[in-house]
Design a protein around this ligand. Structure first.
Ligand code: PEP
Ligand code: MN
Length: 345
């Protein structure tokens, strides 16, 4: 932190500020100019509280934070990429990983068919919600544990790992029993008691960006999980809410690039929720590869017209197959870039 004193603050006033900073556990270095004293504070402590307390002191003109408010998830803390391995698949390494499947688990036939289709075309992880966060309480809410059991069955049959959403702290243990990766949906990105519980769940997390959250807020939410004991967090850009109505959300592709600069955690792009329209999904998926995301999470349904949720943005099996084939040359370039990065590192 840098604390700038008011012009001509007295020695005694400067001393009071120094003492207050030290109470928070920081080391203090001051620079004394002709008219103004500037104080630097370094160390680890409750920065927010300290800044607020200093700003409330009349002799302080301005108190600002210099380092990022997130620590464990920052590139400064760790420059090497975090690699997360589930069932032999590594996310954040030298493979571009596709997670795919329906929005919701709807029944045995639907999820087994979906799993077989996405596996056949190169996805490594099966998605499917058993607990669904729906805007309307009258909409399908998910199959809950029954859905988790079906996901586990699909995993047994195909070897795919599974990612599925958990919405509340009380379900974390249950979902962790079945899932390989726990997804935290956009609506829960700042559910802090849930984030704290995830610190001890023993499973990697796919943390989706809140629809009105900044990149920094996303990183702070990831910091919660890591600070509570779980370093295996992937971040997911899934579009944010803007004035635009042509797409369901606005895909913040720049955020994917920014995240790769700011954090060592893997970054996944969700072109399905980002666009809301299946015709747009393949193009945005390509953009995700080109921008350097670590993978994609894509909705695919054996019969989208009959889907119980998000049918309009779910690819048909044929569209999914075509998207995966069309991504190949882009993924080759992606691999080349990763290999070059490894050489320079
Ligand atoms: C989903 O993945 O189906 C979902 C509900 O996503 P989000 O939380 O990004 O809206
Ligand atoms: Mn969905």
């Amino acid at each position: 932190m840098i604390i700038s004193m008011r012009l001509h603050a007295t020695k005694q006033q400067v001393e009071q500020v120094r003492a207050r900073i030290e109470e928070f556990g920081y080391k203090v270095h001051s620079i004394e100019g002709e008219e103004r004293v500037v104080i630097g504070a370094v160390g680890v402590g409750d920065v927010t509280n300290c800044l607020e307390s200093l700003e409330a002191m009349p002799q302080v003109e301005k108190a600002v934070r210099i380092s990022a408010p997130y620590k464990f998830v920052s590139k400064e803390f760790r420059s090497a990429r975090t690699e997360i391995t589930v069932r032999g698949v590594t996310i954040g390494g030298d493979e571009f990983v596709v997670m795919a499947g329906p929005c919701s688990v709807e029944g045995e036939k639907q999820i087994l068919e979906s799993a077989e289709i996405v596996a056949r075309h190169g996805a490594k992880i099966l998605r499917g919600g058993a607990f669904k966060p729906r805007t309307s309480p009258y909409d399908f809410q998910g199959m809950a544990e029954e859905g988790l059991k079906l996901l586990a069955k699909a995993r047994d049959l195909t070897g795919l790992a599974i990612v599925t959403e958990v919405m509340s702290d009380s379900d974390v243990n249950l979902v962790a029993e079945y899932a390989d990766i726990l997804q935290i949906g956009a609506r829960n990105m700042q559910n802090f008691s849930l984030l704290k519980t995830l610190g001890k769940c023993g499973r990697p997390i796919l943390l989706k960006r809140g629809m009105s959250s900044t990149v920094k807020e996303l990183l702070m939410s990831a910091e919660y999980i890591v600070a509570h004991g779980n370093p295996d967090v992937m971040l997911c850009e899934r579009g944010i809410r803007t004035f635009e109505t042509v797409t369901r959300n606005t895909c913040d592709i720049g955020a994917v690039a920014a995240l790769s600069e700011l954090t060592h955690l893997p970054v996944i792009l969700d072109p399905s929720h980002a666009t809301g329209k299946r015709s747009l999904v393949p193009a945005v998926a390509r953009a995700g590869v080109a921008v350097g995301a670590d993978g994609l999470i894509v909705e695919m349904h054996p019969n989208p017209e009959k889907a119980w949720s998000d049918g309009a943005q779910s690819l048909t099996p044929d569209q999914f197959a075509k998207m995966m084939a069309d991504l190949k040359p882009y993924i080759s370039l992606w691999k080349k870039a990763r290999a070059e990065e490894a050489v320079t590192a």
